[in-house]
Write a protein that binds this ligand. Structure first.
Ligand code: GLU
Length: 441
C-alpha cells in the first residue's frame, strides 16, 4: 500500500517550501488511496519546540492536509539505537574523533589540492588504545557510516536516472558525540519500519538519499521510490532561502491568502501542467502527477496568490463566508445581497470591511465643479426607500429625463458622488445596500 510522509523538524514555522513537500506527499498518498503520515523529526532536543509542533499541525489543518497518523522521532530513540548496534556489528559503523576545526582544515587542504572535500576515513586506522586515549581527551566520538565505494543509483521521480559515486561522498555522521541520533539514520529506520513507499523531498536531500540507500540496504529494508523537487526561488530567480522566514504559512494566512489558492498554485508550480484554480481537494488529487515536475529551480511569486485568492472567493456561496461577512459588521438580513455585491470586488476577505463601511457610512463624495448642480438635481430625484435591485435603473432613468445626460456623463458622476470612487461594484447591487442613502431616502 502506498505510504508517504511529511517529516518537518519542529524548529520553526513551516513555509511555502515545506508546503511543496507536504502537499506532494499528501497528494500521492490520497491519489493512491494510501496512508499519509505526519512525522515530527524532533531528535534535536535543543532546537525542537512543542510550540512549533502545534503550529505545524495548525497550518496543515488550515490547508486541509489531514494526516492519518502522527509519529514522533523522539518516541523512537530505542529503534534507532538498535539500528546503530546492527550497523556496528556489521562493521559499517565507526567512531571518529576529529574536531570541527580539524575537519575544516582537512577540507581546505583537499580543496587546495583540487580534490573533493571528502572525509579521509583517518579514524578507521585508529587502534583501540588510540581511541581510548582520544575518548579520554575529547569525550565520545561521532559515529560514521562506512559507505561502500560503488555507484549508488536510482530512478528519481522528478530528476530521472541518478548515479552518484559513493567515493565522492563523506561517510555520514549518524550519531553525534553527545549521543544525539541524526536525521539520516532516524529517517531510514522510520521509512523502513513504517512501510514508506514514496519519499518526495527537496533536491537539497539528493546526497542524503544516496547515503540513505546504502543504509537501508545494510539494514535489510526496502528502498522507497524517491523524488526530489527543485528548490523555490524568488520571482527573479533569486535564492529564497533567506526570505522563507517571511513566507511562513501563518503569515500568508494572516495576509488573507485562501488555502485553495495556495494549494492550487503549489500543486502545479514547476510542473509542465498549467496552474489552475481548483475548487476542492478532490480536484487537486485528481490532477496531480509528481512525474510532471521539472528539475529546474521553480520561481515563486507570493503576489500570484492574490488573484487566485480573489477568484476562489468569487466562487464561494454565502455559507462558506458567512462568518467573515458577519465579522465585517454586515447585519444578517443584508448578508446575501452584500456578499453577492462584494465577492466580485475583493481580493481577500479583509476587504469586506471596507465595502461594508462604504454601504453603512457612505463615502466622501467625489464631485467635480461642473457636476455640482447635476448631482444636487439627481439626489432630489432619489426614489423613496427602501431601495431594491430596480432602484438604480428607475432613478437613473428619471435623472436622464430631467437632466438630458446619458451614458458615461450620467453614470460616472453619480457613481463618484455616491462611492467616492471611479470604479467599484455594480451600482444596481450597491444601492440597496447603502444604508446612508436609504436612511436619507
Ligand atoms: N526533517 C527533514 C527535513 O525537514 C526531513 C527530510 C525528509 O523528508 O526526509 O529536511
Amino acid at each position: 500500500m502506498t505510504t508517504t510522509r511529511f517529516a518537518p523538524s519542529p524548529t520553526g514555522y513551516i513555509h511555502v517550501g515545506n508546503l511543496r513537500t507536504a502537499l506532494m506527499n499528501y497528494l500521492i498518498a490520497r491519489k493512491a488511496g494510501g496512508t499519509f503520515i505526519l512525522r515530527i523529526d524532533d531528535t534535536d532536543p535543543e532546537r525542537s519546540k512543542e510550540e512549533y509542533v502545534d503550529a505545524i499541525k495548525q497550518d496543515m489543518e488550515w490547508l486541509g492536509l489531514h494526516w492519518d497518523k502522527v509519529e514522533r522521532q523522539s518516541d523512537r530513540l530505542d529503534r534507532y539505537a538498535e539500528a546503530a548496534d546492527k550497523l556496528r556489528e556489521m562493521g559499517r559503523f565507526y567512531e571518529a574523533f576529529e574536531t570541527p576545526t580539524e575537519l575544516d582544515l582537512k577540507r581546505k587542504k583537499q580543496l587546495n589540492m583540487g580534490k573533493p572535500p571528502v572525509y579521509d576515513r583517518a579514524a578507521l586506522n585508529l587502534s583501540d588504545a588510540e581511541k581510548e586515549a582520544l575518548r579520554a581527551e575529547r569525550g565520545n566520538g561521532v559515529w560514521r557510516f562506512k559507505l561502500d565505494h560503488e555507484r549508488i543509483e536510482w530512478t528519481d521521480g522528478i530528476l530521472g536516472d541518478i548515479s552518484i559515486d559513493a567515493a565522492s561522498v563523506s561517510d555520514p555522521v549518524l550519531i553525534r558525540g553527545d549521543g544525539q541520533v541524526l536525521y539520516t539514520i532516524a529517517s531510514v529506520v522510520d521509512d523502513t519500519e513504517m512501510g514508506v513507499t514514496d519519499v518526495v523531498r527537496g533536491s537539497d536531500h539528493v546526497t542524503n538519499t544516496a547515503t540513505q540507500i546504502q543504509i537501508i540496504e545494510a539494514l535489510g529494508g526496502n528502498c522507497p521510490r524517491f523524488a526530489h523537487h527543485s528548490l523555490l526561488t524568488g520571482p527573479q530567480g533569486e535564492a529564497l532561502s533567506k526570505r522563507l522566514g517571511t513566507l511562513a504559512l501563518r503569515d500568508l494566512r494572516e495576509q488573507g491568502v485562501q488555502p485553495m489558492a495556495l494549494l492550487s498554485l503549489m500543486a502545479r508550480l514547476g510542473s509542465s501542467d498549467p496552474v489552475e484554480l481548483r475548487s476542492d481537494m478532490a480536484e487537486l488529487i485528481e490532477g496531480f502527477d509528481v512525474n510532471r515536475f521539472g528539475a529546474a529551480p521553480t520561481k515563486f511569486d507570493v503576489q500570484d496568490l492574490f488573484p487566485l485568492t480573489a477568484k476562489h472567493l468569487q466562487s464561494l456561496p454565502l455559507v462558506d463566508v458567512a462568518d467573515a461577512v458577519a465579522d465585517a459588521g454586515v447585519p444578517s438580513e443584508l448578508a446575501a445581497p452584500f456578499w453577492a455585491m462584494a465577492r466580485e470586488n475583493i481580493t481577500t476577505l479583509a476587504d469586506l470591511k471596507g465595502w461594508w463601511e462604504l454601504c453603512r457610512d457612505g463615502a466622501e463624495p467625489m464631485v467635480a465643479d461642473e457636476d455640482r448642480e447635476f448631482i444636487a438635481d439627481a439626489i432630489a430625484l432619489l426614489p423613496e426607500g427602501p431601495f431594491d435591485g430596480e432602484t438604480w435603473s428607475i432613478w437613473t432613468k428619471a435623472v436622464k429625463e430631467a437632466t438630458g445626460r446619458k451614458g458615461k456623463d450620467l453614470f460616472m458622476p453619480l457613481r463618484k458622488a455616491l462611492t467616492g470612487m471611479e470604479r467599484g461594484p455594480e451600482m444596481a447591487a450597491l444601492l440597496p445596500l447603502m444604508q446612508v442613502i436609504r436612511a436619507r431616502g
